[in-house]
Structure formats: structure tokens, C-alpha cells
Design a protein around this ligand. Structure first.
Ligand code: ATP
Ligand code: MG
Length: 322
């Protein structure tokens, strides 16, 4: 059996969120959840819902939170052959609260949970793979998780797969800008596609000005930079062109996960050979639809919905359907 065309690695967690805005996490109040989550997990689920073969390298505990994750992936067709169930450790958790100014705050239990026990990536995983997707959140979660990502990048490069990198750096997980650049450097050096949002390109390069920072990424050897711009959509930079693709108007319920769904739409669009503007439309559609449901992965779009919103005619000719 051929391997999956898209591979990702990293934290599998459940998210438990405050029901109300402006409810800090240092006092009792109501929560809702668990929702399946984790940036690479959301990415994998979205790519699978778009009809592509995706494998996730990760770990969960032998508990009901782990079951919540595994059942979702089984339902959506994500290959979990490389997900280990760790005995003696609980599944990873994130608690999140939103504030009325649009900001959010997290408490993460990742590196010290089952999520942190990533299995060592094996060569066979990358047979036939076209893309490996790495998230900054995984790199910043623990040394062991970082090393597993670096190893995955080496194996992916050897197998001829492209590497995409979302520097979704959570301030809660960081140890300063210099440390952050050092941990991202090995992935950045191998990445063909980087998908930053807001100030992440500046953080990643140390270059002030978002456009200048994106250009610096291209100068460093990245082929495509896809800058996520929230409701405004995205701007795609390559050596030869800069394309701004407007976002879609939607009623936002919960923005968490939009970036990861965008990433999946973008990688899928490239895999299917769409032109860059179409790739931006598909990614924007996935990002926009992701915000319309409560829960980080609940809004991951079905193929028909995202293709329709993006105004694309759906040809499945380049796609390997599940
Ligand atoms: P997150 O970290 O919450 O997953 P992000 O900060 O990485 O997200 P955003 O720029 O907020 O990234 O969102 C990613 C993409 O999702 C945007 O580029 C856009 O296509 C879409 N999107 C996000 N918010 C909205 C919105 N309010 N309306 C329409 N589209 C949106
Ligand atoms: Mg992000």
C-alpha cells in the first residue's frame, strides 16, 4: 500500500475552553470541551476532509481524551498508524480563554503529557510523501518533540518530499526571540513553504517590517511565503510575484484553528497543481470556514464547501481520493 501524500508530526491534544469571554484562567468559571486539537492535528484533519491521504505522527494517552482524538481521525480518514498510545501519561490538554479585545490566553499541558512522547519518525513513513508539515508550536513544546521534528525533516528531504512550516509560535511556550530563531533554523533551512501570520515573519527573521521579513525568508531559500492576514485573507510571495488574495466574509464564532486549516488548504492546493492565486483562494476558504464553528477543528471544511466558497471548479483528477 502506498504511503500518505501528506505527513505531519506533533502535538495531539484536546482543548477545553471558557464559555464566556473575559474570564481569566485563574478563577472558577464554566468550560466547554473537550474538542480535538493541536496545530498539526487540525492541519491533518483539514487535509483529510479535503480528500487527501494524510498521516499524523503523534501520541495520546490511554484515556477518553485520547479516544476523543482517535475517533475524530478515524471518522475523517486521517491515518493514525504512527500514533502511539502511551500508558501512564494523560493525553495533552490546552485550556483557552478569549478576551473582548480579540486576544486569547492558553495554559498548555503538552511536553509533559502523552503528546510529548512522539514516536521516532521512521523512513518508511515518507515513501511516496509529497509534503511534510511542521508547526512552530511543536518545536517550542519540548526538546524531544523538536528533535523528532528535525529527524522528520531529514527523512522527508531524503525521500524528496517538500517541507511546509507554520511558525505558529505561542508566546506561552517561548524562551525569547534568539532561542526561538535557533530552534526554527533547521526547519527553516529545509522549508519550501513558510506560512506565517501577523508578526511571525518578523520574529522569525529578526527583520522589522512584515514585507521585508517575508522577502528575507525568500532570500534565505524559501520558495513560497504565504502570509496569513486574518479577515483580509493572505498575501503570497515568491521570487517572481506577490499576490494578495482577499478573504471571505463569514460570521466568526471561534478563530482558533483558522491558521492550521489555511495551511492545509494551501498545501492541498499546491499538491493538486492549482495556480498560486487559486491556492490562496482555497486556503482562505478553509481558514474562513474554520472560524464559523466553536472548537479548533470543528470548522475544518468539507471539500465541497471549501471549493464552492473559493469559486473553484472541483476537478478531482489530481487528487487521490480516500
Ligand atoms: P490561528 O493561530 O488562530 O490558527 P493565525 O493567526 O495563524 O490563526 P489568521 O490570519 O488569523 O491566522 O487566519 C488564517 C486564515 O484564515 C486567514 O489568512 C484567512 O484566510 C482566514 N481567516 C481568519 N480569520 C478570518 C475572518 N475573520 N474572516 C475570514 N477569514 C478569516
Ligand atoms: Mg497561526
Amino acid at each position: 500500500m502506498p504511503g500518505s501524500e501528506i505527513i505531519t508530526i506533533g502535538e495531539m491534544i484536546v482543548e477545553i475552553m471558557r464559555k464566556r469571554v473575559d474570564s481569566p484562567l485563574d478563577r472558577p468559571d464554566d468550560f466547554v470541551g473537550p474538542f480535538p486539537s493541536g496545530a498539526p492535528a487540525i492541519f491533518a484533519d483539514q487535509a483529510a476532509r479535503l480528500g487527501h491521504s494524510v498521516a499524523l505522527i503523534g501520541a495520546v494517552g490511554e484515556d477518553d481524551f485520547g479516544k476523543c482524538l482517535l475517533e475524530r481521525f478515524a471518522a475523517d480518514g486521517v491515518d493514525t498508524k504512527y500514533v502511539t498510545q502511551v500508558s501512564g501519561l494523560a493525553t495533552g490538554v490546552a485550556f483557552v480563554t478569549y478576551f473582548s479585545d480579540g486576544s486569547r490566553q492558553f495554559i498548555f499541558h503538552i511536553g509533559n503529557s502523552a503528546a510529548g512522547q512522539l514516536p521516532q519518525p521512521q523512513e518508511e513513513i515518507f515513501t511516496g510523501a509529497k509534503w511534510l508539515h511542521i508547526c512552530g508550536s511543536t518545536l517550542s513544546a519540548s526538546e524531544a518533540m523538536r528533535q523528532a521534528c528535525y529527524r522528520a525533516c531529514e527523512l522527508a528531504a531524503e525521500a524528496g518530499a517538500h517541507i511546509s512550516f507554520d511558525p505558529n509560535l505561542r508566546p506561552e511556550l517561548l524562551g525569547g526571540e534568539e532561542a526561538l530563531r535557533a530552534i526554527c533554523a533547521p526547519v527553516l533551512a529545509a522549508a519550501a513553504l513558510v506560512l506565517p501570520s501577523s508578526t511571525e515573519a518578523e520574529l522569525l527573521t529578526g527583520v522589522p517590517g512584515i514585507e521585508a521579513a517575508c522577502q528575507t525568508l525568500l532570500d534565505g531559500g524559501v520558495e513560497i511565503v504565504a502570509l496569513k492576514r486574518g479577515a483580509d485573507g493572505c498575501t503570497i510571495f515568491t521570487e517572481s510575484q506577490t499576490i494578495s488574495v482577499p478573504g471571505y466574509e463569514v460570521e466568526v464564532v471561534d478563530p482558533t484553528g483558522a491558521g492550521d486549516c489555511f495551511d492545509a488548504g494551501f498545501v492541498v492546493g499546491l499538491t493538486e497543481g492549482l495556480d498560486l492565486e487559486e491556492v490562496g483562494r482555497l486556503a482562505n476558504a478553509c481558514g474562513a470556514l474554520a472560524t464559523t464553528r466553536q472548537g479548533p477543528m470543528e470548522g475544518a471544511a468539507r471539500r465541497t464547501d471549501s471549493v464552492k466558497l473559493a469559486g473553484l471548479s472541483d476537478t478531482t483528477s489530481n487528487m487521490r481520493c480516500r
